[in-house]
Design a protein. Structure first.
Length: 319
């Protein structure tokens, strides 16, 4: 049996696959064009895809031998899941293993934006530091402030756990209110979205991209933020109306923002890169040696299960 890997993943997972199957791994730096991917998937029994791969009906039809599409990511909005399911093709992701790494990057962004770490670093490297000054790179304190968490699943709770060390007041909004014992664990209060946006000093977005969460934070919602609010997005870019957010940041209507994801990734809204009140990362939320290795093993195990006649553990649907 043959496995097509659209972009090289860490060796730990590739080794597991190569022990059992013929593996076609694309090893170039630039991503394959869709047409090239469709040509290479024709004789594949399984495909390991990346979040940026357009796994639409056309691609799925090209892979007429496919038994599984194994996404090397926790998200899977790049895949036409319903169509794959209708053709009897498993679709899997890599949940759970990237929780802590993503929460870490959310906090890295929060700290970097609040304390102006990036412009201060640039200032120092350019030889402009002449000594301590009373108003040099004044930022915002984090300790004791209010953190609003949008999406209180695994990652949202990991962000909250870190906030406890900063003595923060935690408010959250979720599709469903969490059980009382979890709220007590994080000293978190459930509120509606508008209340969260109005009251939070820092906001962390941790929801998946769905029809319901697309532009969840549109222009109207973003205008509810306090002037000193800082918004962090490590979830999915289209959850936020990026153009509307850019306009508010440019006008100084909110204090700052940290991005690890973008609405039209990899493109970003022109002008964002010129703002000093933002930090822009290249989607590295899960980017630790440990997490990416675990993801590759999980992806390989999903493929092995499917090709050996077992139901994969990480199906993206419940049944």
């Amino acid at each position: 049996m043959k496995v097509f890997v659209t972009y090289k993943i860490p060796e730990e997972g590739l080794k597991l696959l190569m022990e059992k199957f013929e593996v076609d791994v694309y090893t170039g730096e630039k991503f394959l064009a869709k047409e090239e991917m469709m040509e290479r998937v024709k004789d594949a029994d399984a495909v390991v895809t990346q979040l940026r791969d357009p796994v639409d009906k056309e691609f799925i039809d090209a892979g007429n031998k496919l038994k599984i599409i194994a996404n090397y990511a926790v998200g899977y909005n790049n895949i036409d899941v319903e169509y794959a399911k209708s053709k009897g093709i498993f679709v899997t992701n890599t949940p759970g293993v990237l929780t802590e790494a993503t929460a870490d990057i959310a906090w890295a962004l929060l700290l970097a934006v609040a304390r102006k770490i990036i412009p201060a670093d640039k200032f120092t490297r350019e030889g402009k530091f002449e000594g301590w000054k009373p108003k040099l790179f004044l930022g915002y304190e984090i300790y004791g402030k209010t953190l609003g968490i949008i999406g209180m699943g695994r990652i949202g709770q990991a962000v909250a756990r870190r906030a406890l060390g900063f003595g923060m007041k935690i408010i959250y909004h979720n599709r469903r209110r969490l059980p009382q014992e979890i709220e007590e664990k994080y000293n978190a209060k459930y509120v509606d979205l508008n209340t969260l946006l109005k009251e939070a000093d820092f906001i962390s977005i941790n929801v998946p991209l769905t029809q319901e969460t697309y532009h969840l934070l549109n222009e109207e919602k973003l205008k509810l933020l306090k002037p000193n609010a800082i918004l962090i997005n490590t979830a999915r870019g289209p959850v936020v109306d990026e153009r509307a957010l850019y306009n508010l940041l440019k006008e100084g209507r909110i204090a700052g923002a940290g991005f690890d994801v973008y609405e039209n990734e990899p493109e970003i809204t022109p002008g964002l890169e010129k703002l000093e009140n933002v930090v822009l990362l290249p989607h590295i939320g899960s980017g630790t040696f440990e997490t990416r290795a675990k993801m590759s093993i999980m992806v390989a195990e999903n493929v092995i299960d499917a090709l050996e006649g077992r139901k994969p553990k990480n199906l993206v649907w419940d049944d």
